[in-house]
Design a protein around this ligand. Structure first.
Ligand SMILES: [Zn+2]
Length: 127
C-alpha cells in the first residue's frame, strides 16, 4: 500500500483534540509528584484542566466545522466522507479530493488551501 502523507483534516483535528486530553491527564498526573508543594501541584492541576477544556473547545469546533464541511462520496473507496477547504483527503482511504475542478488531476498540494498563494499563482500564469 502506498503511504499517503496527508490526512483528512477533520480526522487530524480530532486526533489533536484527543492528544490534548492525554496531555491534560499527563500534566495532572505530573502534579501528583509535587504534592509536597501545594502551589506547584495546583498549577499543574490547573494546566491539566485547561488542556482538557481546550480539547472540549476543539471538539465543539470540529462539530461546527463538520456541519459546514461538504459531504461527498469518495470516488476511490465509495464511502461517504467530509472535506474541508478546496482540497482534502478522504477520511477512509486518504484519497486526495478536490471541490475545485481546475485543480483536478494536479498533484496534491496543501498550499491550495491558502487563497493568497493560489491567487499569486493564477496571476503569474496569466502573465
Ligand atoms: Zn476514500
Amino acid at each position: 500500500m502506498i503511504v499517503k502523507p496527508y490526512k483528512n483534516k477533520i480526522n487530524r483535528i480530532r486526533s489533536f483534540a484527543l492528544s490534548l486530553i492525554f496531555i491534560g491527564v499527563v500534566i495532572m498526573y505530573a502534579g501528583i509528584f509535587f504534592r509536597s508543594n501545594e502551589i506547584v501541584m495546583l498549577i499543574f492541576m490547573f494546566l491539566g484542566v485547561l488542556a482538557i477544556i481546550a480539547s472540549t473547545i476543539v471538539y465543539a469546533w470540529i462539530g461546527s466545522l463538520s456541519t459546514k464541511a461538504a459531504q461527498i462520496i469518495c470516488p476511490n473507496c465509495g464511502k461517504q466522507t467530509k472535506m474541508l477547504g478546496r482540497v482534502d483527503m478522504c477520511g477512509h482511504c486518504r484519497e486526495p479530493l478536490t471541490l475545485d475542478p481546475s485543480l483536478e488531476g494536479k498533484e496534491f498540494d496543501e498550499s491550495y488551501n491558502r487563497r493568497s498563494k493560489t491567487n499569486k499563482q493564477a496571476k503569474s500564469e496569466t502573465k
